[in-house]
Structures are given as structure tokens and as C-alpha cells.
Design a protein around this ligand. Structure first.
Ligand code: PEP
Ligand code: MN
Length: 339
């Protein structure tokens, strides 16, 4: 249930509500809005304490969240969440952020070269996987910790926060040391121990929708992270599996307005995996911005033909530079900013 506090509630009064929640064995989820503070008390049988909270001086009213996901819902929080990332990057506001870089960190040289060019084109976050979830066990699996060290060094050199994927609980710990955003990939969206681990550490999380995950399941997976106390979650639509096989996946643009209505969390779109064909990535990226995305994640590689992962969908640095200018125009047309 949601406990909405009175406008001028004093700190002591707020604390007494929080203490009461804790004493009952629940975790309080506090959200301070512009005018009012609301506290989520979520868990089995929480509603049975409704009357006793309603009787407290600081409490304005109590409401129940109808949706199965609670903290992720717009019912819990009306204003958009702004996810604060290292180096003053804020995702979820007027500014649209583009995360760009190679699918996988391959060599220091390629990473630095790519970081330099995507930064010059206006990307604000550097992407690069060090632990790669490959369909084949014989395909390049990533550089591991060495790759994370390169990511950290590139972020430092080019003043960009970094995002990289964790596939295991141990990797979450490792990534939280080296990177600024922890990516949970499509294949792990229902790895609940991994989600809980991401929720227990402080770095923001980029949660990618699975290729066979419904919007409701995506939000329930986000709820796992939020329920552990990490409220800095960005959702990512990256294409779902349909009967259509002319493209790698089917980018579900419908998810953008639907998610915007259901949740306050920022929505990032991944046109690279979504369509999987370099030639069409730009077109879909533009559609994503027009549909209301808060950010994009795009794969860029200086030599896609030689790339060890996802070359066919990686843009060349020049293509990315041109695209960013076009995206800026679309962003302005829908009342946002990009460059
Ligand atoms: C990636 O970002 O390179 C990746 C593996 O993404 P996804 O989990 O969406 O397939
Ligand atoms: Mn990839």
C-alpha cells in the first residue's frame, strides 16, 4: 500500500511512520516528491495495517496499488524518475542520452578509438560488454575483468560514464567496482538472484527486456531490483521474437507509450539488437525518439566486418555521427534535447 504523508509533515513524524513500518517487519520505500512524501509498504498482508497508519498524525491517506508490480508503477510514483549516473548524466528528463560503443570490448585500442568518436558525435555514455552472453559457447565470450579495466580507463579518459553487462551475481560485484551502470541482458531478465544482487548494490541498472518477456514481466523484473532498495533502474526495449524472420528481432515500439503510461522509470531503446541490420538501425533509432524514448543504446565499431560480436548491426563511426545530427532534429520536434 502507499502511505501519503501530509504536506507539512515534520521529520520526526515521518520517521515515526518509517519506524512503524520497520517494526512490523516490512521495508519502507520512501519517495520524496516536490510537495509530498510517499512511503511504500509492500509485502504480504500489508493492507491489514491500513487503519493503524491512517490514524497517525502525519498520514494524509492510504491507497492500494492495484498492479502486481508496485514500486515500478505510476500509481506509486507519478513523476518520472530521473536516474542519476556518474559524471552528472541524468536519464529520464528532457535530455535524451545516447549510449554508444562496441558490442564487446575487444582491444584497448578499438575501445578507445570508438569512445573518442562516439563522444565527439554526442554520445554521453560508453557501452561495451566484457562478459558476453553468446548463443554459441565457441563464440568470443568477452575479455572479462581486463575488459572492465579498459572500460574504466576509457570512461576516465573521455569523461563518459560506462555501461557493461553482468551475467552472474559475482559479476555484479565486479562491475559495480569498474562501471557506472550495470546492464542486465535480455537472457537474464528472469534470473531473480541476479536481479536481487543488482538491487542490493548502488550503481544504476539498465534492465533489458527479454526476447519473450511481456511488458508486465519486464516490470515485475524491475520490481525485484527496486524492492531491494535500488531505485535507479532504466528499462530497455531491445526487440522481441515474433514470427518475422527478415530482421533479427522485432523492435516493439508499442512498448514505449505503453511503458510510459504504466511506469515512472526511464525507457531506453536498443535499435541495434532490435533490427540487427546496420542499414536500418538509423531509421529505427529515429522512430524510437519519435515514440518517446528517454535514451538509446547503439552499437558502433570502427571495423564492423572484423568485429568479434554483432558486427552486422554495428554502425561505422561516420554513420553514427550523421545519425546523431538527425536524431537531434527529431528530439527537438518532440520537445526533447539530444545534442
Ligand atoms: C548487448 O547489449 O550486447 C546484448 C547482448 O544485449 P541483449 O541482452 O539485449 O541481447
Ligand atoms: Mn550486442
Amino acid at each position: 500500500m502507499i502511505i501519503t504523508l501530509k504536506k507539512g509533515a515534520k521529520r520526526k513524524e515521518v520517521e515515526s511512520v518509517i519506524d512503524k513500518i520497520k517494526n512490523l517487519g516490512y521495508k519502507p520505500h520512501v519517495s520524496k516528491g516536490k510537495d509530498v512524501t510517499i512511503i511504500g509498504m509492500i509485502g504480504e498482508y500489508a493492507e491489514k495495517y491500513k487503519d493503524s497508519f491512517e490514524a497517525m498524525d502525519a498520514v494524509e491517506h492510504i491507497s492500494e496499488i492495484q498492479k502486481p508490480y508496485k514500486l515500478a508503477s505510476r500509481e506509486f510514483k507519478k513523476e518520472n524518475t530521473i536516474v542519476k549516473i556518474n559524471r552528472n548524466v541524468e536519464v529520464g528528463g528532457k535530455q535524451i542520452h545516447v549510449m554508444a560503443g562496441p558490442c564487446a570490448v575487444e582491444t584497448k585500442e578499438i575501445l578507445f578509438n570508438t569512445a573518442k568518436t562516439v563522444k565527439a558525435s554526442g554520445a554521453t555514455i560508453l557501452r561495451g560488454g566484457a562478459f558476453k552472453p553468446r548463443s554459441s559457447p565457441y563464440a568470443f565470450q568477452g575479455l572479462g575483468e581486463k575488459g572492465l579495466k579498459y572500460m574504466e580507463a576509457a570512461g576516465e579518459k573521455f569523461h563518459m560514464p560506462t555501461v557493461s553487462e553482468a551475467m552472474t551475481v559475482e559479476e555484479v560485484t565486479l562491475l559495480s567496482k569498474y562501471c557506472d551502470v550495470i546492464q542486465i541482458g535480455a537472457r537474464n531478465i528472469q534470473n531473480y538472484d541476479l536481479l536481487k544482487a543488482a538491487g542490493k548494490q548502488a550503481k544504476p541498472v539498465l534492465l533489458k527486456r527479454g526476447m519473450a518477456t511481456t511488458i508486465k514481466e519486464l516490470l515485475l523484473s524491475a520490481e525485484y531490483i527496486l524492492s531491494q532498495g535500488n531505485y535507479n533502474v532504466m528499462l530497455c526495449e531491445r526487440g522481441i521474437r515474433t514470427f518475422e524472420d527478415s530482421t533479427r528481432f522485432t523492435l516493439d515500439l508499442n512498448a514505449v507509450p505503453v511503458l510510459k503510461k504504466l511506469t515512472h522509470l526511464p525507457i531506453i531503446l536498443d535499435p541495434s539488437h532490435g533490427i540487427g541490420i546496420r542499414e536500418h538501425v538509423g531509421t529505427m533509432a529515429k522512430a524510437c525518439i519519435a515514440a518517446g524514448a528517454d535514451g538509446l543504446i547503439i552499437e558502433v565499431h570502427p571495423n564492423p566486418e572484423e568485429a568479434l560480436s554483432d558486427g552486422p548491426q554495428s554502425l561505422l563511426p561516420d554513420q553514427f555521427a550523421t545519425l546523431m545530427k538527425e536524431l537531434d532534429l527529431i528530439a527537438k520536434a518532440v520537445g526533447r534535447e539530444l545534442l
